[in-house]
Design a protein around this ligand. Structure first.
Ligand code: RET
Length: 237
């Protein structure tokens, strides 16, 4: 694999992390979202650096490659992205047990999705590979159920403005996250329809959208919602 994509990934992710932090709101109640979103590309930059050095790159007997750094990155960054959404759904409300319970449930499902995806990638071409792939998809559906079901209801109960911001963020996230199992399926870890470099470039573009573009989009939705939320509250009092 030529190093261009990995070095480009490292550069874009480092600069993206800085840009998210520099332009993001630092004060309550947006400051923690800025911190969460800035940490995501920082972690990804680290993973791209490891991949550029070939650290954690496994060449398997069927000729396909598993990048362990990528799965390690996802197992940390996807829970952070989901935590930010859970905190938005509860915005300044909710009992500790309720918030903690939702966070734990969604993170457990999400980490299981990544770990079982890794097992599927490591398994040689076999029936078992597809069982692990399917199980990972089940966990993914669990994540989507929590986002579109109970958490969405909670977000709507926080008022029109916050409910809309939550819906927009979840819609964006759902579309881009759906592409990951598709690229896995058609890539060298799955049906081998596209080559390893093609899947590396595709995942680089998806990572930039899911981590950096999403961070700016989510921050602008939250800013707009908070402005409206304060006006809604002003009218009530
Ligand atoms: C795998 C493999 C098997 C099935 C499924 C998968 C889903 C992966 C996802 C990854 C999202 C990554 C993101 C990273 C950015 O920070 C593991 C590819 C369902 C949804 C958003």
């Amino acid at each position: 694999m030529d190093q261009t994509a990995f070095l480009l990934g490292f550069t874009i992710m480092s600069l993206g992390s800085l840009a998210i932090y520099a332009t993001g709101k630092k004060s309550h109640p947006s400051g923690h979202h800025t911190l969460l979103h800035a940490s995501v590309p920082f972690i990804a930059a680290t993973a791209y650096l490891a991949m550029a050095f070939g650290i954690g790159t496994l060449f398997k007997l069927d000729g396909s490659v598993t990048y362990l750094a990528r799965y390690l990155d996802w197992s940390v960054t996807t829970p952070i992205l989901l935590s930010s959404l859970v905190l938005l759904a509860f915005h300044e409300h909710g009992k500790t047990g309720e918030v903690g319970g939702h966070l734990t449930a969604i993170i457990v499902l999400d980490v299981l999705m990544i770990v079982t995806g890794l097992v599927s990638s490591l398994a040689g071409p076999s029936f078992a590979k597809w069982v692990w792939y399917a199980w990972s998809c089940v966990a993914f559906l669990g994540v989507l159920y929590l986002l579109w079901g109970p958490l969405r209801t909670l977000a709507q109960s926080r008022g029109m403005a916050l409910g809309t911001a939550y819906n927009k963020n979840v819609a964006f996230l759902t579309v881009i996250w759906f592409l990951y199992p598709v690229v896995f399926l058609i890539g060298p870890e799955g049906m081998k329809i596209i080559t390893d470099p093609a899947s590396v470039w595709a995942i680089l573009i998806m990572d930039v959208v899911a981590k950096i573009v999403y961070a700016f989009y989510a921050a602008s939705n939250l800013d707009k919602a908070l402005e409206q939320h304060n006006t809604e509250r002003g009218h009530q009092s």
